[in-house]
Design a protein around this ligand. Structure first.
Ligand code: CAA
Length: 382
């Protein structure tokens, strides 16, 4: 039985900041941001958006009443949760109007957990092929104003339906997961911004990619020629390039150069949104599927998922016939956004609910999203 991604949808905020403007404001050469880091624009988050509104918005784009009826489980993967106890999946289930006889849970392991969610969903569907699992990766990546990580912030959500006989990507059986207890990026309970050892994290990421890919090769006997593209967790697009180049080395043959071209296609959307944490790999996949000219049904795509702390997984999928029809048009979504100035971005950055424990009502006059965080009352988000 084939099990995999039946459809996918992406949602982000309506505002973005231009990173050339941010570089100038920070006194940095813009080429460092656009070439050195590989980012052009960054999603800006108004106080009226959080991972629940973003996750619900992404899921709503792919659901029809018929599809909604078959959902047995909602898994939300995030590392920017809004509660230490209650799962954001419960809020999202209500906002989407799903049946109450639905299992709802939130998962965490930095940027990796959506991949775990997908593998667990695959297991549920294998047991009950008529069920569908909604996996949502939703995050707001915050490092802080004027920090080295600022240029690698971002926000958004990717929703995926995992089912039997999927229309988009069938997951293959061999997957390789690898984990080690290290401190490359973490966020203590009292912090609204992550702590990160960026250079160390980059090296661990490359190391985990090579380890998981090499083991995958040993287990399957497959080589680079068996892939039409490799996609990566992309906290900033240079990182995906570092991963791929770590594998290709100085290879300059047709296979290697083709993988480089496909990597460029997979980077285009992340360049304009920034880091989605859990959703980042899946936005790279959507970017590949919507921007590559060379994909055909039956092609094998490799996916490298990474979460700090740290855990990596390399797995593969086979593209289905007509896959183009089962995603929302991300380029269109991005074209509809509005640019804000660096000053407006800073104001919004500082207006997030964060650790505020007071009642608050947000001005939502400028937020025309389907789902809006209105504020907080009696310690409950509205
Ligand atoms: N023109 C062109 N390129 C330039 C340049 C210029 N004028 N100036 C600098 N560069 C290049 C540098 O050569 C460098 O390129 P390489 O990495 O290829 O050598 C690149 O720009 C970045 O320069 P620096 O290393 O000097 O930049 P930095 O010290 O400001 O740090 C960073 C960059 C480490 C990525 C930092 O932004 C950061 O810490 N980001 C957050 C950490 C992060 O995203 N880590 C990713 C893994 S963690 C993760 O994915 C999260 C998770 O699981 C939760």
């Amino acid at each position: 039985m084939r099990i995999g991604i039946d459809r996918m949808a992406f949602a982000t905020t309506n505002e973005y900041v231009d990173l050339v403007e941010l570089a100038k404001e920070r006194g940095v050469d813009p080429n460092k941001f656009t070439i050195g880091i590989g980012q052009d624009q960054q999603a800006v988050v108004p106080p009226t958006q959080d991972i629940v509104t973003l996750g619900a918005a992404a899921a709503q784009k792919l659901l029809t009443p018929d599809l909604a009826k078959n959902i047995s489980t909602v898994i939300v993967a995030t590392e920017s949760g809004i509660d230490n106890s209650k799962a954001s999946a419960i809020y999202i289930k209500r906002l989407l109007g799903l049946n109450d006889f639905t299992r709802t849970v939130e998962m965490k392991e930095a940027c990796y957990s959506a991949t775990a969610g997908m593998q667990f969903a695959k297991g549920l569907v294998a047991l009950n092929p008529q069920e569908t699992v909604l996996v949502i990766a939703a995050d707001i990546a915050r490092y802080g104003l004027n920090t080295p990580g600022e240029v690698t912030q971002g926000a958004g959500a990717v929703a995926m339906l995992i089912s039997s006989n999927p229309h988009l990507l069938s997951l293959e059986d061999t997957t390789v997961a690898y984990s080690q207890d290290i401190m490359d990026f973490w966020r203590p309970l009292y912090a609204t911004e992550a702590l990160v050892d960026g250079k160390y994290s980059t090296n661990v990421y490359i190391d985990f990619f090579l380890r998981t890919f090499n083991r995958y090769q040993q287990l399957t006997g497959r080589g680079l020629e068996d892939f039409v593209a490799l996609t990566f967790h992309m906290p900033f697009t240079k990182m995906g390039k570092k991963g791929l180049e770590g594998l290709l080395g100085d290879r300059n043959d047709e296979t290697a150069n083709h993988l480089r071209d496909e990597l460029t296609a997979s980077q285009l959307f992340s360049r304009k949104v920034g880091n989605l944490y859990t959703g980042s790999l899946y936005l790279s996949l959507m970017s590949l599927l919507q921007n590559s000219k060379d994909l055909t049904a039956g092609s094998r795509i490799g996916l490298f998922s990474y979460g700090s702390g740290a855990e990596g997984e390399f797995y593969t999928g086979i593209l289905e016939e007509g896959y183009q029809k089962y995603m929302n048009d991300v380029a269109q979504e991005l074209a509809n956004r509005q640019q804000v100035s660096v000053a407006q971005y800073e104001k919004m950055f500082n207006s997030q609910l964060g650790m505020n424990d007071k009642d608050i009502e947000f001005d939502d006059a400028n937020d025309h999203s389907t789902f809006i965080l209105k504020g907080q009352k009696n310690h409950q988000r509205i």
